[in-house]
Design a protein around this ligand. Structure first.
Ligand SMILES: Cc1ncc(COP(=O)(O)O)c(C=O)c1O
Length: 325
């Protein structure tokens, strides 16, 4: 018989039949987590790759506290606020030239959903019927239905298979097989005229830290460009310096048409994500006609408290500030 659980909480990616008791964390400080029993744990996974400046960095904490007392939530359709404007302005200073518009959401998965809808909206609004998405073998883009659809099919999503939409998959460009992957992409782009190719630049994280070189990414961009296929770069994992440059696309000197960033965007303190796009993708939605609107929102879009840490500005401020703790 199923033993009675102590807690009603259902944890993510957790088989409660194998692990019913969770380690209770009481607080975090820098690289460390402190469990309720007093033991100290090194947060070597930076809490799912999000904590870029350490837990409870005083600068982040005080920015959150200050913003929470001023404006803590506001509908973002028809309204704006300084924290969101500032995040967007700072982002455009650091992201590849050619990405001009910033759409907010609240997780890596939702930033991918937004990217897929932006691509769909673009082709729809310019009157071309392109909807197929091309993906790379072993990819991971999140756990919402659209994000799962463009990720690798496996035990993680087998139960939801009937809900997922069909995609075309190119092989992973493993060492020695790069050209085969590029040829496959080229042939699909020419024959199927897809809407977009979504890719994790340089490293497939959840797929097993599979790496491929920058020249492959550069050639993939050229192939997409030649067939007018939008390149979506999912930098949710690779962003914020995890590959040595601020964003992985920099190493290939590539500006994607659409880019997704999340995780370290707030220094890992609060959920926030952005999807950036080229001007003409925004322009395809810009009209006096409401039916051409980008129909996406969620209640907490660009929540002011989530925007407050402004972890980005630290990059321009230099590492000195970071070292003060
Ligand atoms: C490349 C990539 N995209 C998307 C996601 C989904 O992000 P989130 O867990 O914030 O929804 C992840 C999460 O690890 C990821 O690594």
């Amino acid at each position: 018989m199923k033993p009675k659980r102590k807690s009603p909480v259902w944890h993510p990616f957790t088989q409660h039949g194998l692990q019913d008791e969770m380690t209770k964390i009481a607080r975090g400080d820098g690289a460390y987590l402190y469990a309720a029993d007093g033991s100290r744990i090194i947060d070597a996974i930076s809490s799912w790759w999000v904590v870029t400046h350490g837990h409870c960095h005083p600068r982040i904490v005080s920015a959150i506290q200050e913003q929470a007392g001023r404006l803590n939530q506001i509908i973002f359709a028809g309204y704006t606020h300084d924290p969101a404007e500032e995040v967007a302005a700072q982002l455009l200073k650091f992201t590849p030239d050619g990405l001009d518009h910033v759409f907010f959401s609240d997780s890596g998965s939702t930033s991918v959903e937004v990217a897929l809808k932006m691509a769909g909206g673009y082709w729809h609004n310019i009157g071309k019927h392109r909807s197929r998405i091309v993906v790379m073998e072993h990819s991971y883009h999140g756990d919402t239905i659209g994000a799962m659809s463009v990720g690798a099919r496996s035990v993680f999503n087998a139960a939801y298979g009937p809900l997922l939409f069909e995609v075309t998959t190119i092989p992973f460009p493993a060492k020695g097989h790069e050209q085969a992957a590029l040829d496959a992409l080229d042939s699909i782009c020419r024959k199927e005229r897809p809407a977009a190719f979504i890719v994790e630049p340089l490293i497939l994280g959840a797929g097993g830290m599979l790496m491929y070189p920058a020249w492959v990414l550069r050639e993939m961009k050229q192939i997409c460009e030649a067939s007018d296929v939008l390149l979506i770069a999912d930098e949710v994992m690779t962003g914020w310096g995890r590959t040595g440059t601020l964003f992985a696309c920099e190493q290939a000197n590539v500006t994607p048409d659409i880019a997704c960033y999340s995780k370290g965007l707030t220094g890992g303190a609060l959920p926030l994500a952005v999807t950036l796009c080229r001007a003409d993708i925004f322009d395809a939605h810009y009209s006096q006609d409401r039916t051409r609107t980008f129909f996406h929102s969620s209640s907490y879009t660009a929540n002011p408290v989530a925007c407050a840490p402004q972890a980005l500005t630290w990059i321009s401020g230099g590492t000195k500030t970071l070292a003060t703790k």
